[in-house]
Every structure is written in structure tokens, then in C-alpha cells.
Design a protein around this ligand. Structure first.
Ligand code: SF4
Length: 483
């Protein structure tokens, strides 16, 4: 490993606080296959890392996409082994390799890391001496079949206790055959794709205390914050959302405020309250009042505009908010009603006015285009709304192509063509030029999600071929579209 790369990792480790001393005998690496700053902003990943090390039998290290080299890019493989942060050990030297995957692109990054590190990505081709590959994270629920060709074990997101049970049993299991048999007996908790053809159902598993991060670093995406799980799942039914009640079959579970306060002692300087719909927590204002009274800089991972009243926005302003991020998602009221978003223009306007009243500097609005049956009139309404909001406060609009997601009511909707997206974006940009800063999300990234989810194992194996043979992103998408 070159001295320069070693230096970057060491510098990053020096800036971290809260690291545990690693004392266990069984080596393991937990991979977050994205930029270090993204992985270090994942509450689930960091919580699991410290929970494994608390077992005292494991020495669990971390690895990330080697961003100190360059960004991940199709057609450009990394040509040497990726190493863990804690001991700079190549990841192929660990008998257990866990990966936390939140979205489809991270599977591409992970496979690229495995290839460059000499780990056979296809589970059926790995021999007894190769590492055991284990997946978890939200992608294990959204697209389990895309993970199936590569992983020995897939743990559904949120079933952390089953994973800990596995780690406690692992020293007694001899060889992969016994490991897969153990998983087969626990088929409600874990999936061994080599033995079973169906992943377990979604479950949320109650915890005695919320997931919380031990390590923090200023290099994390949201800065040096302690992240604490505030809600699991969501009781709303937005038709496009993989976290909705319809998609998970579960209502939101709110972690009681007193458990959150207890987990945060001694209070840190900055906290991130995380979960799919944090502002729906029934005690959210009580939590914010407590944290602001104690001068804790606080951020929420998601805010619904219909929850924002005067007191809520004032608390956010006192918590250090400079930008208020909200989502309209549907381009018009007609579309928002069709997707059961439950947000009206009046909520967005009121939230923006309140933000101005409490000296928040700008609004960031998440928006999707090309939802089913969207017309030119719907886009006109979106542009009118953009003009109205930007007349109150500076507005940044992030516009993503709608991706029909598995298990949602809109899963069988058509995914739009590149041409249609381009035309719609061009119209919005022209209408809002000089008034709203538009940040479009690329069609390619959305298309990759869609085609990987829908082509399942076949698409996943094509992705692997693309990475091995250095195909361009465009070439991979063309091939996926023809599957
Ligand atoms: S978009 Fe937000 S509010 Fe709607 S279902 Fe998803 S997490 Fe819940």
C-alpha cells in the first residue's frame, strides 16, 4: 500500500473520536461501500460496528470505498486490494466480510471492491477458504434478489439481533455447510440464498435502547454528530416510498424520548436524529426542546412540511438550522393526491414563511418528475410553486426521475425514457431560470436502480460482468434494458 494512502487513512482515524479498543480474537471487516464521509454518516453501520466489538470476541474493523484514490466509475476498476481502516489489512484476509448496503449503486461499488481485492464475488464459486460474505441494510429489503448471487447470508434490515445471534453461534459452526444449515433453520430471520429461494418477511425488532453511533468525525457527511435512531419505519403511505407502511407492512415505531435522552448521555455538542419520518415522532418537539435547552446543535434526517408549525420551526432555528429541507415529491396537487403524499402547497408555503421568520436562510425542496400520468399542466403548477417559494426565500430544488420501487403501489408503473426526463427538466430549468437553483439527479443513476431492481439476479450478474470487463455505464444500461 502506498505511503500516501496509508497517510490519508491515518489522518482520518486521528480525527475520529469515540473509537473502542479492539480486543477480540475473531477478525471481521464491516464494509460500507461508499465514500468514507457517507459511511461515517450511517447510524446503522456505525452502531453495528460498535455492537459487534462490544461482544469482545470479535475484532471488527471498517472498510469503505477507497475514495482517497478516486470516485467510483464504471469502466475504471481499482487495481489493488482495499484495506481495512483499523489495521490496513486487505479485506480478503478476513474470514467474515459484512456489508451494509443502502441503495443499488453501492452494490456496484462493493462488487468492484471485491474484484479488486481478489474475493470471488459469486457465492456458489467461493470455496471453503474464501471469506463468508454477509449482507444487511435497506437494500436487503428493496432488492434481495439482486444480492442473492453474491452473499452467503442476507440479514433483513433491522434484524440486528439475529445477526448478533449468528456471531455468537459462529465459533461453534464448522465450515460453510453448517453455517448455511444454521441459517436455514432460522429462515424467518436470515436468508441463505444458496439453500433457500425466498427471503424472510420484513420485521422491525424492538430494541431496549435506540441505535446510536459511538464514533464521530468532522469528515462525516453531516459533520461531527452523534446519530441516534429516533423512529423505525413510517406510518404514512406515500405510494412511491420503500419505507411506507404499505411497502413494509409495518407502522412507524417511535423510540420513546426518555430512551433517546438516556442513550445520549453525556450530551454531545451535536446530534442527528435519524429515521424515515423523524418529524412524525409524537414527542419530537419535546426532544427538540430538551436538546436546544441544553445547547445541542441538532439536525433531523427528514422533515414533513405538514408537521412544521411556529414552535417546530423556531426550535429548528435554535437547533442551528440554516437550510430547511422539505419534500413536495409530486409536481402538482393532483399528482400528490394520486401518490397519497398528504402534502399541500399551503404546507410548503407556510413552512417557507416560518423559515424566513426565524432567520433560516434557504429552502431545499425535493421533487420528482415523470410520476405516472404527469402532464404539462402538472409541471406548470410545479414552476408556479417554485416561483412563489423563491419569492420568500432562496430555493434549491433537487429534481429526481421517479423510479418505480419494488413492493410499493407504484411498482408496476413505467420508468420514463431519458428523452422525456430531459424535456421536462429543460422546461423546468427554463421557467425557473434566475429564480430557483435546480439540481437534477442523473437519469442514468435512476435507470440503474430501476433495471437492477427489476432484472434481479440476471441484472446483478450482468453488473458483475460489466465490472469485470470494464464496460462503460451506458453500455451496462443498454444491456440491462435488453434483459
Ligand atoms: S416519503 Fe416520508 S412520509 Fe412518505 S412514506 Fe416515505 S418516509 Fe413516510
Amino acid at each position: 500500500m502506498s505511503f500516501a494512502r496509508e497517510k490519508v487513512i491515518n489522518l482520518r482515524l486521528q480525527k475520529e473520536t469515540g473509537n473502542q479498543a479492539l480486543s477480540g480474537d475473531i477478525p471481521m471487516v464491516l464494509i460500507y461501500p461508499a465514500h468514507y464521509g457517507v459511511g461515517m454518516a450511517s447510524c446503522g453501520f456505525l452502531h453495528l460496528h460498535s455492537r459487534i466489538n462490544s461482544l469482545k470476541t470479535y475484532r471488527c474493523e471498517r472498510a469503505f470505498w477507497p475514495d482517497y484514490l478516486r470516485k467510483f466509475k464504471f469502466g475504471k476498476n481499482v487495481a489493488f486490494p482495499v484495506r481495512s481502516y483499523e489495521s490496513l489489512t486487505p479485506i480478503n484476509s478476513f474470514p467474515l466480510v459484512g456489508a451494509s448496503l443502502s441503495w443499488e449503486y453501492e452494490l456496484a461499488q462493493l462488487l468492484s471492491m471485491l474484484i479488486s481485492s481478489g474475493i470471488e464475488p459469486v457465492a456458489a464459486k467461493r470455496d471453503e477458504n474464501a471469506p463468508l460474505l454477509i449482507a444487511g441494510g435497506v437494500l436487503s429489503r428493496i432488492a434481495p434478489f439482486s444480492l442473492a448471487p453474491f452473499f452467503d447470508l442476507v440479514f433483513p434490515v433491522d434484524n440486528e439481533d439475529a445477526f448478533i445471534d449468528f456471531l455468537e453461534t459462529y465459533p461453534e459452526l464448522h465450515g460453510k455447510k453448517e453455517i448455511l444449515q444454521w441459517a436455514s433453520r432460522r429462515h424467518n430471520d436470515v436468508w441463505a440464498p444458496l439453500l433457500d429461494n425466498k427471503p424472510p418477511p420484513t420485521s422491525f425488532y424492538p430494541r431496549n435502547s435506540p441505535a446510536i453511533t459511538a464514533i464521530s468525525t468532522p469528515a462525516a457527511q453531516f459533520g461531527k454528530r452523534i446519530l441516534v435512531e429516533t423512529v423505525k419505519g413510517c406510518s404514512r403511505n406515500c405510494g412511491f416510498c420503500v419505507m411506507s407502511r404499505r411497502a413494509t407492512g409495518k407502522k412507524m415505531e417511535a423510540i420513546p424520548a426518555e430512551k433517546i435522552f438516556a442513550a445520549l448521555q453525556p450530551l454531545p455538542k451535536a446530534v442527528g436524529l435519524v429515521g424515515p419520518a423523524v418529524s412524525d415522532h409524537p414527542q419530537i418537539k419535546e426532544i427538540l426542546r430538551y436538546l436546544t435547552a441544553n445547547k445541542v446543535d441538532t439536525s433531523l434526517s427528514s422533515l414533513r412540511a405538514d408537521r412544521l408549525d411556529q414552535e417546530f420551526v423556531e426550535l429548528l432555528a435554535h437547533s442551528g438550522y440554516k437550510t430547511l429541507t422539505i419534500a413536495a415529491d409530486g409536481s402538482s396537487q393532483r399528482i400528490r393526491n394520486l401518490i397519497s403524499k398528504g402534502i399541500f402547497a399551503k404546507h410548503l408555503i407556510k413552512a417557507t414563511k416560518l423559515a424566513k421568520q426565524f432567520s433560516i436562510n434557504r429552502i431545499k425542496l425535493f421533487q420528482m418528475v415523470v410520476l405516472p400520468n404527469e402532464t404539462a399542466e402538472d409541471l406548470e403548477e410545479l414552476c408556479e410553486l417554485g416561483k412563489e417559494l423563491s419569492s420568500i426565500l432562496p430555493l434549491v430544488m433537487t429534481i429526481s426521475p421517479f423510479v418505480p420501487k419494488p413492493a410499493t403501489p407504484l411498482e408496476n408503473s413505467t420508468f420514463s425514457s431519458k428523452k422525456e426526463i430531459k424535456q421536462k427538466l429543460k422546461y423546468i430549468q427554463k421557467e425557473l431560470r434566475g429564480k430557483v437553483e435546480i439540481k437534477p439527479v442523473s437519469w442514468k443513476a435512476a435507470a440503474f436502480e430501476y433495471y437492477l431492481d427489476t432484472t434481479k439476479e440476471k441484472g446483478a450478474l450482468l453488473l458483475l460482468q460489466a465490472l469485470k470487463e470494464n464496460w462503460s455505464f451506458a453500455q451496462l444500461l443498454r444491456m440491462m434494458m435488453n434483459l
